[in-house]
Design a protein around this ligand. Structure first.
Ligand SMILES: [Zn+2]
Length: 411
């Protein structure tokens, strides 16, 4: 009998050890599924490596449009910084050339580091999509680098550690929201001490997360983490205590450009969330069912992730919704395109994606263990929002070209 118990015990221990090792290697060797797409060299040319290069390419292309269309307005506003005197938000506005029916607002870099990809999409639109025919009754406002600090210094947030897509308050009450779910997860999300992705705790991040998932469920956790918080200024997903100055400064410009038009569509460009290489249509949920139906009809042929489906989440303070608040009485569609990178719809993908954010934020506030660690954490962070993979980049351009052409047709 004793022998049987011994065998059972050893088998059990063996199983647990195997499962432990399997999870450890699976998580630490995690990679999203490969992107299946041909490499398009011309598409790759739209991608630039620095904020300055992205901005110069944008301005150069915008200036070429001045001679092609009537009343093109190319301008910028400075974004003041304690450390950087050369940050601007750049604009290119081309009014509808005949009838002011519709306005398309295409914005990049609300999350700074995501600006590289969205800047490439903007360049593609300026180069390949705009035409006299398409601009007959559609105006376009391109906004480059809404968060230039994050764009240039490779952070998702502003200089004040603010997530701009949680900051754009339509109502000041936003800043009084208490996210209780976040408070419970605070220590996991905001560890102290020098950042080190090799630490025992970070190697076992999947186990820490699985424990939380078992206790709370994935949708509850996802929502608590990603909806934003307004209490911890150094913490992840901090939405601020008041509007960021650049939102205050950009407001009259938006109001002025919006005024002549009856229908406005904003497409705010993002990366990092969702299936690797997929373009997700990911607006915030809309309460007005008629408006929701109109948006679904406008984007017919594409599936819209309304934030309440598996793998997605809702939040307030978004830039696209904010623009809508400046257009009362007009038909307004707030749309977000999210180009996925890490398969964050999968459990390990979402843990990895969160871990990248945690480590970068920790390193920024508490320093890194050493230079090598710093370089690796920053490299992972950049890859998560701006993949170097050529198939990925090609697909972003192919997908966005197709849908933005459709937008002009449907207007
Ligand atoms: Zn984003």
């Amino acid at each position: 009998m004793k022998k049987v118990i011994k065998i059972v015990l050893f088998s059990l221990l063996g199983l647990i050890a195997t499962a432990y090792l399997f999870l450890l290697f699976s998580y630490n060797g995690y990679k999203p599924a490969e992107v299946q797409h041909e490499i398009v060299p011309e598409a790759l040319d739209y991608f630039n490596k620095t904020y300055e290069d992205c901005r110069s390419a944008f301005i150069e292309k915008a200036n070429l449009l001045v001679s092609q269309y009537e009343e093109v307005d190319v301008f910028n506003i400075p974004v003041l910084s304690e450390i950087d005197p050369d940050l601007t938000i750049d604009f290119c506005y081309i009014p509808a050339q005949n009838i002011s029916d519709n306005l398309l607002i295409l914005s990049s870099g609300v999350h700074g580091i995501e600006g590289f990809t969205s800047s490439a999409v903007q360049l593609m639109v300026m180069e390949e999509i705009l035409s006299p025919n398409r601009l007959e009754n559609v105006g376009i406002l391109l906004i480059h680098g809404v968060n230039p600090y994050g764009f240039k210094h490779l952070r998702r947030v502003t200089e004040n550690n603010i997530d701009m897509n949680r900051n754009c308050a339509i109502d000041e009450d936003l800043f009084n929201i208490k996210n209780e779910g976040y408070a419970k997860l605070f220590d996991m999300l905001n560890p102290k001490g020098e950042a080190n992705h090799h630490s025992l705790k970070n190697r076992h991040m999947h186990l820490v997360a699985i424990r939380k998932i078992l206790a709370e469920s994935m949708p509850v956790l996802r929502q608590a983490v990603l909806q934003g918080q307004y209490e911890y200024s150094g913490g992840l997903f901090f939405g601020g205590k008041k509007l960021e100055q650049q939102i205050v400064d950009i407001t009259p410009i938006l109001q002025e450009k919006i005024t002549p038009y009856a229908r406005i569509l904003t497409i705010d460009l993002h990366t990092g969330y969702g299936e690797n290489g997929a373009m997700h249509l990911f607006p915030n949920p809309i309460k007005d069912l008629g408006k929701k139906a109109n948006m679904e009809e406008f984007f017919a042929g594409y599936s819209i992730d309304w934030g309440n489906r598996g793998g997605f989440y809702t939040f307030m303070g978004s830039f696209a919704d904010y623009i809508g608040s400046l257009a009362p009485g007009k038909t307004y569609f707030p749309m977000v395109f999210e180009f996925g990178t890490l398969d964050s719809q999968k459990t390990f993908g979402s843990i990895r994606s969160l871990q990248n954010l945690i480590l970068e934020n920790q390193g920024f506030h508490h320093g890194y263990k050493n230079e090598k660690t710093e370089a690796k954490i920053k490299e992972n962070f950049l890859e998560a929002f701006f993949p170097s993979n050529k198939a990925w980049r090609s697909k972003v351009i192919t997908d966005s070209k197709k849908i933005i052409k459709l937008v002009f047709e449907r207007f």
